[in-house]
Write a protein that binds this ligand. Structure first.
Ligand code: ATP
Ligand code: MG
Length: 382
């Protein structure tokens, strides 16, 4: 019997999950999302929607009562509420895993207890505590909030002793921890999946380029040696073995100057750095997530051709409705998220530039991206 899928969050990730679900009608008959924005991106592609906050207990219970299997496109849902409905509805990834990942300090402690490499970190309880513990860290160091951070907004780079008080007060009363700054060579990620039967599959390592703390571009495959990509893949697989629950997980990592791998953080969901798979793989990360939570055999993750994903972000200094964006170019795939308003740095869409064959290399793709990004401009609608 096909199942009704529930998703907490109906932004672009929920939208692309809904689109993947529609292609799996023998397994999924309907999709219901919970999202506070009326007519959210997922609703625009045919998901039913409950309009409510992600943490709204009544709404989560309603979502569970209307669906057979529950998942999420953001990690903000209340793990406490999810635990209360776990016996009635199948939830993946599990609320226990969500709880560990939601708190970056718990997450890093969990990884480190399982011998998975992370940078040095320590819990901070007060300004006095910070002043004492910074002595074991060099400058710069990062003070991070433990929960609900995104796009780097929960990170404060402390450059010197004189910034200690400022950094601590910056996060007001929020719980924080201190982290060693990694002078990394590259940021990379692995999109990994585990199905309900325990099968694990990973997509090839990709390289992530951030601008002002927001992902700008993903290069698949990452420009690293086979040895480094093997090492990163092994770290990803070990992580998947210790995490409970099924689904797709994005494992963000640093490649250090010494060619070591450190995990930065894990997202218990499909991820922006996996959008290239919409064209570059037989199985997209969205289809893979659904296969994983439905207990189906995981799909082929081979990278068919090198591909670059470029994010289309709302420009600075403009908020409001914008003109539709189009691209006419061979092997370039534009995906807009159906958002009606642009805001500075808001993710409005992306495009994937795929190589025509394996002889076309990353530098050729990079020059195509350079040209295309100048022609994809967000301008106010009349
Ligand atoms: P996102 O929503 O983009 O995943 P976030 O708010 O959860 O971000 P992090 O992933 O912790 O925050 O950090 C954002 C970026 O800051 C990282 O991608 C990386 O570029 C940089 N960063 C984070 N931690 C460190 C570190 N210990 N050393 C050096 N740079 C770091
Ligand atoms: Mg991050």
């Amino acid at each position: 019997m096909p199942k009704v899928l529930g998703i907490i969050g109906g932004g672009q990730l929920g939208m692309m999950l809904t689109e993947a679900a529609k292609k799996m009608s023998e397994h999924i008959s309907d999709v219901v999302v919970l999202d506070p924005t009326e007519n959210c991106p997922a609703a625009k592609v045919g998901a039913k929607q409950i309009v409510a906050d992600f943490k709204d207990e009544k709404a989560i219970i309603e979502l569970a009562s209307r669906t057979d299997i529950l998942t999420y496109d953001i990690e903000l849902g209340s793990s406490d509420v999810l635990k209360t409905i776990e016996s009635k509805t199948e939830i993946n990834p599990s609320p226990d895993t969500l709880e560990i990942i939601q708190d970056k300090f718990f997450q890093k402690s969990f990884l480190s207890e399982n011998d998975i490499p992370v940078t040095d970190f320590v819990k901070i309880d007060s300004l006095l505590d910070l002043e004492k513990k910074i002595k074991n860290f060099k400058f710069p160091a990062l003070l991070k909030v433990r929960r609900d951070a995104y796009d780097g907004r929960g990170n404060f780079k402390i450059n010197s002793e004189s910034e200690l008080k400022l950094s601590f007060e910056y996060f007001k009363k929020k719980k924080t921890f201190l982290e060693k700054f990694v002078d990394f060579r590259m940021e990379v990620s692995v999109i990994a999946a585990r199905n309900t039967k325990g099968g694990i599959a990973t997509f090839p390592l990709v390289e992530n380029i951030h601008e002002e703390n927001i992902l700008r571009m993903t290069i698949a495959p990452a420009r690293v040696s086979t040895e480094i990509s093997k090492k990163a893949n092994q770290v990803a697989i070990r992580t998947m073995q210790v995490l409970k629950g099924a689904g797709v997980f994005a494992i963000e990592m640093f490649v250090t100057k010494e060619n070591g791998i450190l995990i930065n953080e894990i997202a218990p969901r499909v991820h922006n750095s996996g959008h290239h798979t919409l064209q570059s793989s037989k199985t997209s990360q969205f289809e893979q997530h659904l296969k994983a939570i439905l207990g189906l055999e995981l799909g082929d993750t081979t990278l068919l051709h090198p591909t670059i994903m470029y994010n289309i972000l709302g420009p600075q200094g403009f908020q409001g409705k914008f003109k539709p964006v189009t691209i006419e170019s061979e092997n370039v795939f534009l995906k807009m998220y159906g958002k009606t308003e642009s805001k500075p740095k808001r993710k409005l869409g992306h495009f994937n530039v795929m190589a025509k064959n394996d002889n076309e290399d990353i530098s050729s793709l990079l020059s195509k991206v350079k040209k295309l990004k100048n022609s994809v401009i967000i301008v106010p609608a009349n």
